[in-house]
Design a protein around this ligand. Structure first.
Ligand code: C2E
Ligand code: CA
Ligand code: CA
Length: 715
């Protein structure tokens, strides 16, 4: 029976020929191993033969002339890695034996005890032992290579001895030197972030106790440079027969980049990109926490401040959006700087910010904070070399009234709106009355929008007459809401339409209807060519750069000449932004549309401004006409307006004339035109047509005309 090695090539190093022959013959005398024997008869021959690397086993005599077999091992067979070495010796020498072991020699045989069987067994053991060693070494090398190549740091924890092997890569990831790292778990656990340590220890324990199939944990570790890195550690335990973990090995990888990307995503989802402040979502979350606390602790309260910059659009339009953005950033920073650490400042979008005041218990406290914010904002912002001053409207709501974050934010918003209505830089605390007003407004807004969209808004017309003759001179278009509430006039809903941005659509609708109506009456011969149509234009409409274009379009659509149209603009609107007004009026003048200065006497016109518009018309406000017979002061004002108008070449319409006595007094003062219930109320087009069919003279002086027909109520 032979054993499993193919065919061995043996180098026999022996300087004594007789001994060589003896050994060779012993080998030949057994049939268990097939072999070829090469003979090196001297130390020098042996050096050469070893260098050829052809042999599977070296059998080396200890005595080799001036050298020893061990010299040979030392010089050309270090560690006996290439092939196993068996040393032959004449007499046993323990010191030589020891040295041979330390050099890796596999066996040490005494020549006089040698026989075939001993030799064969020694070769067999040497060979298989060496093969096993080689395989182990290769496997270790492979492992080392893999560890070296991997970006993960390998660790191997001997749980019985409580020692951990950390691969160089593991140390490298933490900026540690390859040496000098203690081989205990402390080297690892001692660097873990205190907030993550117990979680990590739990994960380790869970796996060692068999509660989890493998160990896995994400935790931060302190790098040698002092910073913390996110690491992902995973491993598996090896267990003995009782199932007790004896060893756990695994790897650690640096996941800092992934973690910070995740953190950035989370941050971005909860923060405003421009200012970096919390966004609406995060604010709502924090408010929800505060409200939950308020539920638990009866003496805890918090407040929400809703802050909106006044006339931010002016900043954006007047400067640039870049400056606008810079302002928002600087303002956000100022808010943060002036609040307490527990408070939250968020940007909801646009120029809207919300503040959560933690632990504020009374409205007065919240007011004080709001006032402090107002003061802080009043300091000019220097942006891009320019100095900019802003104010903000602030609404306040307190916990207690609302239990949901959305409600509380809505209430603060409503209060802010209330503050805004009082003017710039105001503060308002939410009351339930505000809520119902806001609801009414919301309803109004929705219905008004629907009425505009569905075209159900109506336009009434009120005649303007020659005072002396009551002959028709023109008509004023007045919008009507199609609901059954006579008290609900344009004074109520025009401001809403302006606020919510519906005034443009509303104004266009009235303009087109009025122009088309006059054009229709003209073409049917119901009115003479000098009869004009007045249309009211509000402040917001005048600010719209498309206004003049829209007027031209309305005129073109129905083929009405521009001089048939009068634009009624209140005196206060004219004076609100005289520069802009002048530009618009110049444009209108160019196309031939003329102006009525409405509600005259209630604003503060400058004479130079009025001087620019000879030939235009002033409409004296009803508040001077109604009391003029009883109140000397009012009469004087009317007289002065008349004088002023005459000297500036302007004509005058008296508004709200209700009695023949008023009409007579006005004629006396030289007033040419009037408008009022005395002649006719605003009425639908059909009612106007009835009047027109009967002649262009209206009211009491038009005796032929039954008063009931013309002076009919509006509905
Ligand atoms: P306004 O331009 O001063 O219009 C005259 C207002 O006085 C009208 O009220 C009219 O019905 C009322 N009035 C006329 N004669 C008399 C009178 O003898 N006695 C009394 N007590 N009142 C008289 P109305 O129609 O309620 O309109 C109110 C305001 O709403 C208008 O004041 C005008 O500023 C605005 N407005 C009306 N229609 C429009 C429109 O289409 N667009 C715009 N932007 N504003 C409009
Ligand atoms: Ca008017
Ligand atoms: Ca008026």
């Amino acid at each position: 029976m032979t054993w499993d090695a193919d065919h061995l090539r043996i180098l026999l190093v022996e300087d004594d020929e007789d001994d060589f022959v003896i050994t060779r013959d012993l080998l030949r005398a057994q049939d268990r191993v097939r072999f070829t024997v090469d003979w090196a008869a001297s130390y020098e021959d042996a050096l050469e033969a070893v260098a050829s690397c052809l042999h599977d086993v070296y059998i080396v005599d200890y005595r080799l002339g001036a050298h020893t077999g061990l010299d040979l091992v030392r010089t050309v067979l270090p560690g006996c890695e290439r092939a196993p070495v068996i040393l032959l010796t004449g007499q046993g020498d323990y010191a030589v034996d020891l040295e041979a072991t330390s050099l890796g020699v596999t066996d040490f045989l005494l020549k006089d005890r040698l026989d075939s069987a001993v030799l064969e067994r020694s070769i067999r053991y040497a060979f298989s032992h060496h093969s096993a060693l080689r395989r182990l070494r290769e496997s270790e090398e492979r492992f080392a290579l893999a560890v070296h190549g991997a970006s993960d740091g390998i660790w191997d924890w001997d749980l019985r001895r409580d020692r951990v092997y950390f691969a160089p890569r593991w140390k490298d990831m933490l900026g540690l030197p390859a040496t000098d790292v203690p081989e205990g778990p402390e080297a690892w656990l001692g660097r873990v972030h205190s907030e993550d340590l117990s979680r990590l220890q739990h994960a380790i324990a869970a796996h060692l106790d068999g509660r989890s199939p493998h160990f896995e944990s994400e935790h931060r570790m302190r790098h040698d440079d002092g910073s913390f890195r996110w690491m992902f550690s995973r491993g598996v335990a090896i267990r003995d027969e009782q199932g007790t973990a004896t060893r756990m090995a695994g790897s650690m990888s640096d996941i800092t980049a992934r973690k910070s990307a995740e953190e950035r995503l989370v941050h971005d989802a909860l923060h405003d990109a421009l200012t970096g402040l919390p966004n609406r979502g995060l604010f709502r979350d924090r408010l929800a926490l505060a409200l939950r606390r308020a539920e638990r602790q009866p003496d805890y309260r918090c407040a929400v401040l809703f802050l909106d910059i006044d006339r931010f659009k002016v900043v954006n339009d007047g400067f640039t959006h870049i400056i606008g953005d810079q302002l928002l950033v600087a303002l956000g920073r100022r808010l943060v700087d002036h609040l307490r650490p527990g408070d939250t400042v968020a940007r909801l979008g646009g120029d809207e910010f919300t503040l959560l005041l933690d632990g504020v218990s009374t409205a007065e406290d919240a007011m004080q904070t709001a006032q402090r914010i107002q003061d802080v904002l009043r300091e000019p912002f220097v942006l891009d070399g320019r100095s900019l001053t802003v104010s903000a409207s602030i609404g306040i709501s307190l916990s207690g009234s609302a239990s949901q974050p959305a409600e509380m934010m809505r209430d603060a918003d409503i209060a802010m709106y209330d503050a805004k209505r009082q003017g710039a830089g105001r503060i308002s605390v939410f009351t339930t009355g505000m809520h119902s007003r806001a609801m009414t407004r919301l309803k109004l807004e929705t219905e008004l929008r629907a009425a505009i969209d569905e075209g159900t808004l109506r336009v009434f017309y009120q005649p303007i007459v020659h005072l002396a003759t009551a002959k028709l001179r023109g008509l004023e278009a007045l919008v009507r809401w199609p609901i059954d509430d006579p008290g609900f006039g344009p004074d109520e809903f025009i401001p809403v339409a302006e606020d919510v941005g519906l005034i443009g659509d509303l104004g266009r609708l009235v303009m087109r209807r009025a122009c088309a109506q006059l054009s229709d009456w003209r073409s049917r011969g119901l009115v003479a060519d000098e009869i004009t149509m007045s249309v009211n234009v509000s402040c917001r409409q005048l600010a719209d750069h498309q206004l003049v274009g829209q007027i031209c379009l309305a005129l073109d659509e129905c083929g009405l000449p521009a001089d048939a149209l009068r634009i009624e603009v209140t005196e206060s609107t004219l004076m609100h932004n005289p520069e802009r007004m002048r530009a618009v009026l110049d444009e209108l003048g160019e196309i031939g549309v003329r102006l009525h200065v409405d509600d005259f006497g209630t604003g503060y016109s400058s004479l130079t401004f009025l001087h620019r518009f000879p030939g235009e018309t002033l409409k004296i406000d009803r508040s001077f006409i109604s009391p003029m017979l009883e109140d000397h002061g009012s009469a004087e004002i009317v007289r002065m307006i008349m004088t002023l108008a005459h000297s500036l070449g302007l004509s005058v319409v008296a508004e709200g004339v209700e009695t023949p006595e008023q009409a007579a007094a006005l004629v006396e003062l030289g007033c040419q035109f009037g408008q009022g219930f005395l002649w006719a109320r605003p009425m639908p087009a059909e009612a106007v047509e009835i009047c027109l069919a009967r002649g262009h003279t209206l009211g009491p002086t038009a005796v032929a005309l039954p008063i009931g027909t013309v002076n009919q109520p509006e509905r």
